[in-house]
Design a protein around this ligand. Structure first.
Ligand SMILES: [Zn+2]
Length: 381
């Protein structure tokens, strides 16, 4: 997919246009200029219809930018940076870099967009009314369409389908009343998926010729299916991310860090650092293979056993523990048996061997980490 290009900036936020948006712009202008406006103004010229369509669509996208700008302004008030506002195939989106930390912030941030659309809709309707409302000129028709579209945009966005605006409002309310962010996100995401499936079903029925008032005909039906697919995907991602964040919530950086990493003085020579690798990393371990068969291992213990003066002249084959004295495991052996053997033999790692070849290595600390992750061992403090 091609990258969005910048058309300007508002409130210090870059406004981007994705190439996919050009399809929406073109399609919408075409439908207005060749179908809706000729039907509403039968006696006007084709040029008038196209001028009306062009200005309608431009003003509509200006309305969408104002909608996204409203989300962004609230985000900025909560000191949440906004990276950009992008127009794309399904309308607009503000790239708000993180979520609100309190339900009220999320509620205000989410409701600001639809509220702006509603206000714009009312403003267009009031202008339409003030200019005579029923004289049926081009300006009238355009204003009416803009009022109508902004109203639809407000209502559509208020559907309680996470991650749409209404879904975020819905989540913030559950979050506010239960205090449980995880459960609120789950409920709102499932509502989002349910609504997405209903959209796709409605779209399929409309494309099949049923008049359901929400969508009509093949084009309207297919469009609804596409929006449903997009929403389904976004809601599912929301659920996955929520599960991931929830699973990681019980850990802190301190739990997952490698404790006490090596620290050296600036005056130390690189040679002494290289030598020190053996002291600092007792887990360093090479597998020696001879003609494709495991011949032995050389770990830090074996390397340290060789005096430094003999390093150049000693081969891996001479320093290694030969395979005849090694404990290896086949790949399909149950891991608890491996762990018990490693504990009883005091081994830090064990080669995994298939047909005499080393295919991997299993570390005792890796098994311990796995058990901790599964909650079967207490996390180190
Ligand atoms: Zn919005």
């Amino acid at each position: 997919m091609m990258r969005p290009f910048k058309i300007g900036a508002l409130l210090g936020i870059p406004i981007l246009v994705s190439p996919s948006w050009l399809f929406l712009f073109g399609g919408l202008s075409w439908v207005l200029a060749t179908q809706l406006y000729p039907a509403a103004l039968r006696h006007s010229s084709t040029t008038t219809h196209f001028l009306m369509a062009g200005s309608s669509v431009l003003l509509f996208f200006a309305s969408i930018i104002l909608h996204e700008l409203a989300h962004s302004a609230v985000a900025k008030a909560y000191r949440i940076p906004v990276k950009s506002i992008t127009l794309f195939l399904f309308g607009g989106v503000a790239q708000i870099t993180r979520e609100a930390s309190k339900p009220m912030g999320e509620f205000l941030m989410a409701i600001a967009g639809p509220a702006t659309s509603l206000v714009l809709g009312v403003l267009f309707a009031v202008t339409w009314f003030a200019l005579g409302a029923t004289n049926g000129g081009p300006l009238d028709v355009v204003l009416f369409w803009l009022a109508w579209m902004n109203g639809i945009l407000a209502l559509f966005n208020l559907l309680p389908a996470f991650p749409m605006d209404g879904g975020r409002v819905f989540r913030s309310l559950i979050w506010m009343f239960t205090g449980n962010y995880y459960r609120a996100t789950n409920v709102a995401s499932w509502a989002g998926r349910g609504i997405a499936w209903s959209m796709m079903a409605t779209g399929a029925l409309a494309a099949g010729g049923f008049n359901l008032y929400i969508a009509e005909g093949t084009f309207g039906g297919l469009w609804l299916i596409l929006v449903g697919l997009f929403l389904e995907n976004a809601a599912r991602q929301g659920l996955l991310q929520n599960r991931l964040v929830h699973a990681l919530r019980q850990y802190s950086a301190g739990d997952l860090m490698i404790a006490d990493p090596p620290v050296v003085e600036p005056a130390m020579s690189v040679a002494s650092l290289a030598r020190g690798v053996l002291e600092l990393n007792p887990r360093v371990c090479y597998f020696v293979e001879d003609h494709g068969k495991l011949a032995g291992i050389v770990s830090a213990y074996q390397m340290r056993a060789v005096p430094e003066g003999l390093w150049e002249r000693t081969t891996a084959g001479e320093a290694m523990i030969p395979s005849s004295r090694l404990r290896a495991t086949p790949a399909d052996r149950p891991v608890h048996e491996v762990l018990i053997e490693m504990e009883s033999e005091n081994l830090l790692h064990m080669p995994v061997v298939t047909d005499g070849r080393v295919v991997g290595v299993i570390g005792r600390d890796r098994i311990i980490t796995l058990l901790r992750q599964a909650g079967l061992l207490p996390a180190p403090r």
